[in-house]
Write a protein that binds this ligand. Sequence first.
Ligand code: FPP
Length: 239
Amino acid sequence: MLFNKRKAKKPPVIDGRLRHIAFIMDGNGRWATERGMPREYGHSHGAETFRKIGRYCASIGLQCMTVYAFSTENWKRPKREVDTIMGLLSHYIDECVRGMEQEQIHLRFIGNLEVFSPELREKMEKIDRATAHKPFLLNVAINYGGREELVHACNRLIAEGKTSVTEEDICHAIYTAGCPDPDLIVRTGGDLRTSNFLLWQSAYAEYYFTDVLWPDFSPKDVDQAISAFYARKRRYGGV
Ligand code: FPP
């Protein structure tokens, strides 16, 4: 053979063991700082990566993906940075409205959405309704905190008149109701913590941590996380 041409790797074969991947998209700020740029620059590249990874996950046979876009704690950041992230989200919704026919994505926003303006909430609800028939569910967690979600769920159940609750009740009252629990949670950016993300839903999730900063994260990195997932043995407390 004249050329030792490297074959393009095939996308991983996904089976029923892996239905839902969640991502903690960390490292945008550091990625920008490394380039001598303001943190907002990292977020706008992070939003590009989010689009790319969303489309990739929708194309390989997964049912669902969740991203941690903005936590209940992220309001502590400088106003300019918060405004940039909100602007990127709003822009992404507009893009989804325009490209809705081509995409196979059901876009849903999870978190305490009450804090957002009526216009933004209306936009979020509208795109959720308009894409609800699509096969791949993409949850974008904004103003999301795992503890807040559980408190919210308990208060909802109390308001419904419950005086004691079951696990099933909580599963129906959390923001991700109707969506399978994440099988795999990927955190980019090198930190080894869960940061209040999907506390209830992650009970049996496998975690995958990588040093890759989110704007550099690629479909190849998704494949690597998936391979690592399939190499593990999930026992759910059994033997
Ligand atoms: C964490 O990186 C990232 C965030 C808090 C925001 C994530 C937002 C986006 C990817 C853009 C908007 C999203 C969508 C869905 C269009 P960091 O800022 O904490 O990075 P650092 O740890 O390097 O400081």
